[in-house]
Structure formats: structure tokens, C-alpha cells
Design a protein around this ligand. Structure first.
Ligand code: UN1
Length: 523
């Protein structure tokens, strides 16, 4: 076993066993489940540990615990709920290195990016703590005298949370930290490819929850089967389903949630482009493109998959990219020299090979990489291919470090191509031309949820709301006012007068009564 000693020590510190339980009720108690599945180290293909699979009874127990917790938690004042989240942030700070190492082992992202992921958890927790003293509604002018009109926000209920392998901890934090200050509880179903990270996160929650009267606020269900996700989507006790994953799965789940008038927060596929215009500073564009295309081995939903480059800059940029790609160290993601770790599994490696093959058959020109590496683990080369935007392989999201290079004659053409894909998550323009920058972010510019200038497509901060349009699903998570998805809005009108004026000037009175008319005013 690779790094056996490191692994033993890490598992001990993070509370991971050789055979792990299947569900956590958020009060420190865990359930055994039945059967099991392995967490696989993608750098070696070897199993790291076994995890039990949740049963229907475990599902019921987790949802019931979350429901019980919600009924209590919603009554706790929001700033006190914030104290729980603040303690989570402290616990995460203390375990940042260990949790990052586990993320690296389990999903193969390099150490620096794994530490960034834990930092993102801390950042959103800090954000949520501040939010716990805001969650402000709005006071609105009533048209009626001696009336007060306002909106306030109430906790929504237990949130069903389904997350993907590529951000196995941060996306939990985006949801759980915000949900917790909003007064909700969470039933988390993580990716079956990252169960150990989920267990480690839950163990951290367990240490903190008891001290903050937050038992059951964060519950966990582990499974490699499909049914728990479908159950969560169909379960009317869970008013919000927050789902991160492919568009295909999101499209399947959304109607199930809609059928019970539940709410969906979808973070589905991206197919993000960097536009490099004629005026671009390539010293800025180059590292942004390399990080965007190769970071997390091309397995971020924000990964740069298309490069829309002005033809006058194309040769120079491609040459510099090829040079940069040739320097990229592929290998053990724990090694600090490594820039490109493995893909998550064999299926992902095959997906890479198929996509490269399809692009070449369509007429693409291979500019760099193109091969999966032989041997253990699921490694591939960072790949650059000249392609056309309308090819089916370019239109879909392949979770791998493949960058399609597409020449453009103008900014207008580049914006048109940027938008000419089904997905709408992230986009970026490198330019030194103010008019071009403004054009890109205008209403008729990028149609994506994220549109950056001289900043790449990936690596968003938590402060703004994160999400995208079209096939990306339309959800918004993390910062800004994304918290509103986790609460229910209530409009209230209070009458302090002694008469009952109706809105819209309606008079509704029996003749001679006179009590109900517009503008009637009490003493
Ligand atoms: C994801 O890939 O699902 O903007 C999330 C980024 C990260 C989050 C990515 N902060 O790349």
C-alpha cells in the first residue's frame, strides 16, 4: 500500500476505520448499514478502506433525525446557530492539513488544491457566521394607513444534499454552513467515490455538535447505490434538494422534486471557455488557462474546456501553452512537485480516451498530450486539441484535462461561440480593451453565471453566488444572497389601526356600514 504509515496515522486522527459505518445521525451516533463498497485511491487503483452501505432503515433514521433536529434548531436564534458554524470553522482550521491529505488520497487532487478546498470550507463558514447576524428581510411601505408591511425569512426544513467527488468537502460546506445558520438541518449523500472524506467531515461535526446543541443538524448517508438519491428527491419531508453532478442526473431528479413542489438547487455540468482577444496580456492569460484546464485534472465544473483565441494571437499562445504543458509534472498528488494528479477512476480515464479519439476523428489536430498513461492509477496527459465549437465532443462536458482550441476572428464571434453550448456556468475574457471587457459582461455578452475579466474560469471565491444557467441548472450556492434558497419567505402586514382599509382601493361594505373603504383611518 502506497504511503501505508501516513495512511494509518491519518485514519487514526480523522476517525476512519478499515470498515466504516454507513450513516451518521449527527448526534455522534452511527449506524452500521449492510454490505459495503470500497474507497479507491485513484493514484494507485488500490482500495483505501471499506464503507458500509446505508439501508432503507438507515435512510429513515437519518431523515427522522434531521427532521427532529430541524424542529428544535429553527427555534435557536440565528446568531447562536452561527456559534456552531464558528466552532466548525475552528475545528476545520485545526484539521486543515489532515483533511487535505485525505482529500488528496481519496480523489487525487494535488495537495495545494486540497488545502484550497479545506480553505474554501473555512471561508464559507466564516461567511456564514457573519450571515447569522443578518438574514435580513425587508420593510416595505404599505399603501394603507397605520399598516406595516414587511418580509421575513424563516428556516425551510431539512435539506437533501447530494455532492460530487470533485469537491468532496467544500460543496458540503457551501450548503451545510449556510443551511445551519438559516436554521435548517442537512441530510448529506456524498459521492460513493469520496466516502472517507465525508466520514472525516462528519467526525469533525460530531466533535462540535454536542457542545452547541446542534445534534442532528448535519446527518450523513453513505451508499454507492442510486436509490438514496431518488428517495431524497421524492421525499416531501425535505423541501430543498441541493444537487451537484451531471446535467443528465440533474435532469432526471428535477422533475421528481418538482412533482412534489419541492425546491431544487442544481449545480450541473459546465463547458467553460476562456476568450483571448487581440489585446490580451498573455502573461496573465497563460497561467489562468493552464490552471483552468489542468487544475483538479480537469475535473472541476469550472474547468476551462474551450479556448476561443483571436487568430492573430493563436500561434503565439498555442506555442506558449505547449511549452507550459510540457513542463507539467504528472504523478503522485501528494508530491509537492506534481501539478497533475490522476483522474478519479477507470471510467473517467476511458472517457478521456474516447473524447480525444472522437475529436481526432472529427478532424481535430492534436497539439499536446492525448494519451492515457499505462500502469497503476488513472493518469492521463494534459491535452490540447484544435477543434471546432460545434462538434458534439466539444459541446459536451468531459471531466478530464482536455482543452479544445478554437480560432476566432473577432470578439463578437468569440462571444457567440462562448454562448453556443448547452451549458452556462463560467466564462472569462482576457483583454486590455475596456470596451471589449464591458461588451463581454453586458446583457448581450456572456450568458454564463460567472463572467470574469482577466481572471480564469475556475477558482471562484465564496463571496459571490456560485452557479450557472441553461444546462448547468440555474442554482446559486455559497455567498451573496444564495442563502435565500435555504429559507422560506413570509410576507406580513400588521394593522395597528381601528378600521380595516382594503388594498387596491376595494370597497367591500354593506350599504351604511362604511367600515371597509380605502383610506379609512382609525383615531
Ligand atoms: C465544482 O467544481 O463543483 O470555482 C466547484 C471553483 C471552485 C469550486 C468548484 N471554487 O473552481
Amino acid at each position: 500500500m502506497r504511503h501505508a504509515l501516513l495512511l494509518d496515522a491519518l485514519f487514526e486522527r480523522l476517525g476512519i476505520a478499515e470498515l466504516n459505518p454507513a450513516a451518521a445521525l449527527g448526534d455522534g451516533s452511527w449506524r452500521d448499514g449492510a454490505g459495503g463498497f470500497a474507497s479507491i485511491d485513484p493514484a494507485s487503483g488500490e482500495p483505501l478502506a471499506m464503507v458500509a452501505r446505508a439501508t432503507q432503515d438507515d435512510y429513515e433514521a437519518a431523515v427522522a433525525a434531521a427532521l427532529r433536529a430541524f424542529r428544535r434548531w429553527r427555534e435557536v436564534p440565528a446568531p447562536q446557530r452561527g456559534l456552531f458554524v464558528r466552532a466548525l470553522a475552528e475545528a476545520l482550521r485545526a484539521r486543515k492539513a489532515d483533511l487535505a491529505t485525505l482529500i488528496t488520497l481519496e480523489v487525487g487532487k494535488i495537495r495545494s488544491e486540497a488545502e484550497g478546498e479545506v480553505q474554501e470550507m473555512i471561508d464559507i463558514a466564516d461567511f456564514a457566521v457573519g450571515l447569522s447576524r443578518r438574514l435580513e428581510g425587508s420593510m416595505l411601505p404599505s399603501e394603507r394607513p397605520q399598516h406595516r408591511l414587511f418580509e421575513q425569512w424563516h428556516p425551510l426544513g431539512p435539506v437533501a444534499l447530494v455532492t460530487a467527488f470533485n469537491f468532496p468537502a467544500a460543496v458540503w460546506a457551501w450548503n451545510a454552513m449556510i443551511a445551519a445558520v438559516c436554521g435548517d438541518s442537512v441530510v448529506w449523500k456524498p459521492s460513493p467515490r469520496a466516502p472517507l472524506t465525508a466520514i472525516a467531515v462528519q467526525r469533525i461535526v460530531d466533535t462540535v455538535a454536542a457542545e452547541h446543541d446542534a445534534a442532528g443538524v448535519c446527518t450523513l448517508l453513505l451508499s454507492d447505490e442510486v436509490w438514496p438519491v431518488v428517495h431524497l428527491a421524492a421525499d416531501h419531508r425535505l423541501p430543498l434538494l441541493s444537487f451537484t453532478g451531471s446535467t443528465a442526473v440533474g435532469r432526471h431528479l428535477a422533475p421528481i422534486v418538482a412533482g412534489r413542489f419541492g425546491r431544487c438547487l442544481l449545480e450541473c455540468s459546465g463547458n467553460n471557455a476562456v476568450i483571448v482577444d487581440e489585446s490580451a496580456d498573455l502573461d496573465l492569460a497563460l497561467p489562468a488557462i493552464v490552471f483552468g484546464a489542468i487544475g483538479t485534472a480537469g475535473q472541476r465544473c469550472t474547468t476551462t474546456r474551450r479556448l476561443l483565441v483571436h487568430r492573430r494571437r493563436q500561434d503565439e499562445l498555442v506555442e506558449r501553452l505547449r511549452h507550459a504543458y510540457a513542463q507539467v509534472r504528472i504523478g503522485d498528488p501528494l508530491d509537492s512537485e506534481t501539478l497533475l494528479g490522476p483522474l478519479i477512476d477507470e471510467e473517467a480515464r476511458r472517457g478521456f480516451e474516447n473524447a480525444v479519439h472522437e475529436t481526432l476523428v472529427a478532424g481535430g489536430t492534436l497539439l499536446a498530450g492525448g494519451k492515457a498513461l499505462a500502469g497503476h492509477g488513472f493518469f492521463v496527459e494534459p491535452t490540447l486539441i484544435a477543434a471546432a465549437n460545434d462538434w458534439p465532443v466539444v459541446q459536451r462536458e468531459t471531466f478530464a484535462p482536455i482543452l479544445h482550441v478554437i480560432g476566432c476572428a473577432s470578439l463578437d464571434e468569440a462571444i457567440r461561440l462562448n454562448n453556443a453550448v448547452p451549458q452556462g456556468l463560467s466564462s472569462a475574457l482576457f483583454t486590455l480593451d475596456l470596451r471589449h471587457a464591458e461588451r463581454f459582461i453586458a446583457a448581450s455578452g456572456s450568458d454564463c453565471g460567472i463572467a470574469n475579466i482577466n481572471v480564469g474560469t475556475s477558482g471562484a471565491e465564496v463571496g459571490a453566488a456560485f452557479g450557472g444557467e441553461k444546462d448547468t441548472g440555474g442554482g446559486r450556492e455559497a455567498g451573496s444572497d444564495a442563502w435565500k434558497a435555504y429559507m422560506r419567505r413570509q410576507a406580513t402586514t400588521i394593522n395597528r389601526g381601528r378600521t380595516l382599509p382594503l388594498a387596491q382601493g376595494i370597497v367591500f361594505a354593506a350599504p351604511g356600514d362604511g367600515a371597509v373603504k380605502r383610506g379609512a383611518q382609525g383615531p
